[in-house]
Design a protein around this ligand. Structure first.
Ligand code: CP
Ligand code: NVA
Length: 330
């Protein structure tokens, strides 16, 4: 299905119809095939994009950089230490300057309001590379990975375990609702997201013949689950001191072998990454020593198991981001 998304911003999935998302997923598959077959696709030659990062990143940054280069574009990376952004110049002023030089702007930062403001002022498409509220480019990669694995989206049972009010949980709830996937969050009530988002998601899900549920009961949530998803328990921008409280709250919501056993026997495990599944990171090691716990949101055996599709998912960030840039810039 052909769609015209030219000139659009990509700030949150709520701004897009299920058909738009379908179109972006199909486009992503085409780009993945071209890349796999080594067919050049410099369709955006002569254009330039800038990537603004107020928070750190591996996947999102590299996906935008490689996708931009594959499409034939010039790519500039800027962070607060290498630019005036944030400390000497407001985001609004930065946007107006960059909009005069670049054809598209990626922004990763703190508040959703900032990326929305940037988009209003920039005059060129703005793509949200993660804010505290939404992570829309990650959603396309997750949906693509699920569809590649199961050959469908509609009717699958998706379970998110962990901090159910962060950017990932919000985004996954809407992504599932839009695509007719049944979404369940298993999390302590104090970590459930705003009722406004839940109500909106339920309304969208109903239109697509699926459901949205939140529960504190892990066994009830994971029974019959096709996809078990988790994210880091403390997100970027949250203070280090919160780890103790979060571990207390979420230790019963860890994805481990028992949880996977209770899910459908063909269930897969997904995670946006980065993940604390072992002691091979500075933070992972510090936490293991302080709290006597190895593997936080997911245990290493699940992370490394055959059910884990996290590296397919990471690769798909690139193909899907390419589709977003192409659809909005071509
Ligand atoms: N999943 C994700 O957004 O990863 P990065 O923080 O490395 O970009
Ligand atoms: N919730 C995480 C997602 C990282 C991709 C964070 O915001 O740090």
């Amino acid at each position: 299905m052909s769609k015209n998304l030219r000139g659009r911003n990509f700030l949150k999935l709520l701004d897009f119809t299920s058909e738009d998302i379908r179109y972006l997923l199909d486009l992503s598959k085409n780009f993945k095939d071209l890349k796999r077959c080594g067919v050049p696709h410099k369709y955006l030659e002569g254009k330039n994009i800038v990537l603004l990062f107020e928070k750190t990143s591996t996947r999102t940054r590299c996906a935008f950089e490689v996708a931009g280069h594959d499409l034939g574009m010039g790519v500039t990376y800027l962070d607060p230490s290498g630019s005036q952004m944030g400390h000497k110049e407001s985001i609004a002023d930065t946007a107006r300057v960059l909009g005069r030089m670049y054809d598209g702007i990626e922004y990763r930062g703190f508040s959703q309001d900032l990326v929305e403001e940037l988009a209003q002022k920039a005059g060129v498409p703005v793509w949200n590379g993660l804010t505290d509220k939404w992570h829309p480019t990650q959603m396309l990669a997750d949906l693509l990975t699920i569809e590649e694995h199961f050959g469908q989206l509609k009717g699958l049972n998706f379970v998110y375990m962990g901090d159910a009010r962060n950017n990932m949980a919000n985004s996954l709830m809407i992504a599932c609702a839009k695509m007719g996937i049944n979404y369940t969050a298993a999390s302590p009530k104090s970590l459930w997201t705003d009722s406004e988002i839940v109500e909106e998601a339920k309304k969208i899900a109903k239109e697509n013949f699926s459901t949205v549920k939140l529960t504190e009961n892990v066994d009830e949530a994971v029974k019959g689950a096709n996809i078990i998803y988790t994210d880091i328990w403390v997100s970027m921008g949250e203070p280090k001191e919160i780890w103790k409280e979060r571990i207390e709250l979420l230790k019963d919501y860890q994805v481990n072998k028992d949880v996977m056993k209770k899910a459908d026997k063909e269930a897969i495990f997904l995670h946006c990454l980065p993940s604390f599944h072992d002691e091979n990171t500075t933070v992972g090691k510090e936490i293991a020593q302080e709290f006597k716990i190895v593997g936080l949101e997911v245990t290493d055996d699940v992370f490394e198991s055959k059910a884990s599709k996290v590296f397919d998912e990471a690769e798909n960030r690139m193909h899907t981001i390419k589709a977003v840039m192409y659809a909005t810039l071509f």
